[in-house]
Design a protein around this ligand. Structure first.
Ligand code: NI
Length: 134
């Protein structure tokens, strides 16, 4: 089995909050990420596909194709967007990195033509990253 990874970056705004709670209560749970007037992160996304090498091409999956699949199904929906209000696949979810990882997995899971989606890694800052393996 070979694991191939494509890295992409995007910038997005969000607010972590539960609408039924006051700003103070939200601040207690979510801290700075519950700022009522939004804020942004520069995210790094790593998508890993696992598979066997195709004898004809020598590839698991052409990374150019993987890049296009990620751009079309994820990056176009999140880059320079508000994850709470603009991103259809985040609708109804609190846009934590955990939930973003799971939603990106669902966006990509059935779109990989060769090999299988193995992991979604999302870096919210240099020091914090989140990983989902389905
Ligand atoms: Ni935040």
């Amino acid at each position: 089995m070979i694991y191939i990874t494509r890295r992409e970056t995007f910038s997005a705004a969000h607010r972590l909050f539960r609408p039924e709670l006051s700003d103070e209560e939200n601040a207690k749970i979510f801290g700075k990420c519950s700022n009522p007037n939004w804020h942004g992160h520069n995210y790094t996304l790593e998508v890993t596909v696992a598979g066997e090498v195709d004898e004809h091409t020598g590839f698991v999956l052409d990374l150019k194709l993987l890049k296009e699949i990620i751009r079309e199904n994820v990056i176009e929906h999140v880059d320079h967007k508000n994850l709470n209000t603009d991103t259809i696949f985040m609708k109804g979810l609190i846009p934590t990195s955990e939930n973003i990882c799971i939603a990106i997995w669902k966006q990509l899971e059935d779109k990989i033509p060769n090999g299988k989606l193995y992991s979604i890694k999302l870096y919210e800052t240099e020091n914090n990253y989140f990983e989902y393996r389905g």
